[in-house]
Design a protein around this ligand. Structure first.
Ligand code: PEP
Ligand code: MN
Length: 335
């Protein structure tokens, strides 16, 4: 159940509503979406109905979570504009590129090939957060400079991960969208620093994070002044080991409902297998996602990291027309 409180309620008014809910034995959480306070009821006794809750002074409306979409959506759907490129409810944005930036030729050739195919957003890690201390950790500053150069030369929008608070100013200087990776979703100082950078933030889901934990990280970003947030479902840990993670596509509609933010899907890190990437990208579009973030290279075999989950240009060429067909069903423009 979700309660929407009356507009412009002060803290005292909110506290009174919360107190009534405590008296009713409800477990809840109060969140702010744009200018409105909403109370999400996690558990409540069986005899608590929406009619009863709606009569608590200060409550404007009470509905069940799945009816609550319209309550939680901001008045104007959230759209992220970077330069003149748009990501949001009317578009399906393909963000593609190497896991890790490995040199000018590799990056330029990839981004140029993507641009020829109408893909104007690219990804590429300069700082890599590896699970294994033996993994490649990226080119660092040199990689950032390459990203900057290639973005300028091609006019494409760049997305790259920032892994440490101290790196935020430098990454923000070189990159259009700051990515926060799965291992850092709950790194509060990093969320705050990225939120204060003035750049849009692409926030990946923690591999073991619940939807509520993910929305709480969104709150940290919003509290730091960041409104341009893109969420990315990248698979979660389950008992399954054949795929790298388990892609939770329910996250797409749920996070739309809970945050009103654009939600994209990473079919590379979620599956770990190149042969599954296009299928799950299409499934993401089917679930109403606002885009994908995929690893792609002209020659995946030459990638430094994650080449087993990286698609090539032929796979992109096969994917785009099919994505377009699915996006039409959602009245979204492929970009
Ligand atoms: C990435 O996208 O480069 C990455 C490391 O992904 P994740 O944080 O989801 O593992
Ligand atoms: Mn990767």
């Amino acid at each position: 159940m979700i309660l929407r409180l009356l507009p412009l309620m002060d803290t005292g008014g909110i506290w009174k509503v919360e107190q009534t809910l405590r008296d009713y034995d409800c477990a809840f959480e109060t969140i702010k979406v744009r200018d409105r306070h909403l109370i999400l009821l996690h558990t409540y006794p069986d005899d608590i109905t929406s009619e009863l809750l709606q009569h608590i002074p200060g409550v404007e409306k009470a509905v069940s979570l799945l009816e609550g979409e319209e309550l939680l959506q901001p008045a104007t759907p959230l759209t992220i504009d970077v330069h003149d490129r748009t990501l949001g409810p009317d578009t399906f944005t393909v963000i593609a590129g190497p896991c890790t930036v490995a040199g000018y030729e590799q990056l330029h050739q990839t981004v140029e090939a993507l641009r020829e195919r109408g893909i104007h957003w690219f990804r590429g890690g300069a700082y890599k957060m590896r699970t294994s201390p033996r993994g490649y950790e990226g080119m660092g500053v040199e990689g950032l400079e390459l990203i900057h150069r290639v973005a300028e030369e091609t006019g494409s929008v760049s997305v790259s991960e920032v892994v440490a608070v101290a790196d935020v100013p430098l990454v923000a200087e070189h990159v259009d969208v700051l990515q926060i990776g799965t291992r850092n979703m709950q790194n509060v100082p990093l969320l705050r620093a990225a939120g204060e950078s003035g750049k849009p933030v692409l926030l990946k889901r923690g591999m073991s994070a619940t939807y509520r934990e993910w929305t709480q990280s969104v709150e940290y970003l919003r509290n730091s002044g960041c409104e341009d947030i893109i969420l990315c479902e990248r698979g979660i840990r389950t008992f399954e080991t054949l795929t790298r993670n388990t892609l939770d596509l329910t996250a797409v509609p749920v996070m739309h409902i809970l945050t009103g933010l654009p939600v994209i899907v990473d079919p590379s890190h979620s599956t770990g297998h190149r042969s599954l990437v296009v299928t799950m990208a299409l499934a993401a579009a089917g679930a109403g996602a606002d885009g994908i973030l995929t690893e792609a290279l002209p020659c995946p075999e030459n990638g430094v990291c994650d080449w087993r989950q990286t698609i090539d240009l032929a796979e992109i060429d096969a994917m785009l027309p099919r994505l377009k067909t699915i996006c039409a069903a959602w009245e979204k423009r492929l970009n």
